[in-house]
Design a binder for this molecule. Structure first.
Ligand code: F3S
Length: 298
């Protein structure tokens, strides 16, 4: 059995930058709090906790004198202003690709345009983006939700509309949404804000899934970009989701010739290595046991 890892699997630039920032601060002896988990990866979070970092849900929970880290998802302008009032230092790990969306939506609102955001309204990145909107703004998660929004009459055809996407939105879904938007709004301004790391990761996952008997998608359960990768892969082949090697369905690969691995933006290289070691064991028939995992899904 050939096991092939997607070249784009694992930490993206923005997550790597955020994790490095936290580690650097800890090494300098600072008391570090992150506003929400810095990444969607339990192992890395545990490692950081061991190094002394803690997680707070609200800025006001950060101890006096501590350094509060804004994670790569970014936060709204309102949250940033709350942090500025507190007796803490702020370290900003907002991914530059997310910060760019903040600037875009703020500017579009100032120009009197209504902003439509393709993304998950419950995701912190989208909540942060909405917090930078200076005029009317609406979020939709899919073509279906977009159609519902258009039919609701809240954004009439003659509205000056600008559209942007969450950085980890599905590339295929975004294209479908744009077809609809372009038909309805003749003067629409479109900002392709899905980040390059997401585009190449989804494209590579799709290519690999086409050629493999099965795909393993590694990442955290809360990770939006990992969930998108899972959706992409399962369209083409049997797909297993795993947070770590312990989740691998050892019995499920019998008779397979080619298994692909991809991983979300917050999956450390150590997890990918661990999974490769386990797959090599499975390949050699070592430690083989009945299927234990999370099960697959086509
Ligand atoms: Fe940034 Fe894209 Fe990663 S927006 S945090 S580089 S997934």
């Amino acid at each position: 059995m050939q096991v092939e890892v997607a070249k784009s699997a694992g930490f993206c630039f923005g997550v790597n930058r955020a994790v490095t920032m936290v580690k650097d601060l800890l090494q300098k002896g600072r008391q570090v709090c992150t506003l929400g988990p810095i990444i969607h990866n339990p192992q890395t979070l545990a490692e950081m906790e061991q190094m002394g970092a803690s997680v707070v849900d609200r800025p006001e929970q950060a101890p006096v004198g501590s350094t509060l880290v804004i994670r790569s998802h970014g936060v709204s302008r309102q949250v940033r202003e709350r942090i500025a009032q507190l007796p803490v230092q702020c370290a900003d790990a907002t991914c530059p690709f997310v910060a760019k969306i903040h600037r875009i939506v703020a500017q579009q609102g100032r120009e009197g345009r209504t902003v439509l955001v393709a993304g998950n309204p419950n995701h912190p990145e989208v909540q942060g983006i909405l917090g930078y909107c200076t005029g009317p703004a609406y979020v939709f998660r899919s073509t279906k939700e977009l159609q519902n929004l258009l039919e609701s009459g809240q954004v009439p055809q003659e509205t000056a509309v600008s559209a942007a996407a969450q950085t980890t939105f599905s590339v295929a879904e975004w294209r479908n949404c744009l077809k609809i938007l372009n038909r309805v709004y003749t003067n629409i301004k479109i900002f392709d804000t899905i980040c390059n790391a997401t585009v190449s990761r989804q494209a590579e996952a799709e290519q690999l899934a086409h050629t493999c008997d099965a795909m393993i998608v590694l990442g955290g359960r809360q990770s939006s970009n990992t969930a998108k990768l899972y959706d992409v892969c399962k369209k083409y082949t049997k797909t297993f989701f795993a947070q770590s090697a312990a989740d691998l369905p050892r019995g499920a690969f019998a008779g397979m010739h080619h298994v692909g691995i991809t991983a979300g933006a917050s999956t450390p290289a150590s997890i990918i290595k661990e999974v490769l070691v386990t797959m090599a064991e499975i390949n050699e028939g070592v430690n083989s046991s009945p299927e234990t995992a999370d099960g697959g899904d086509n």
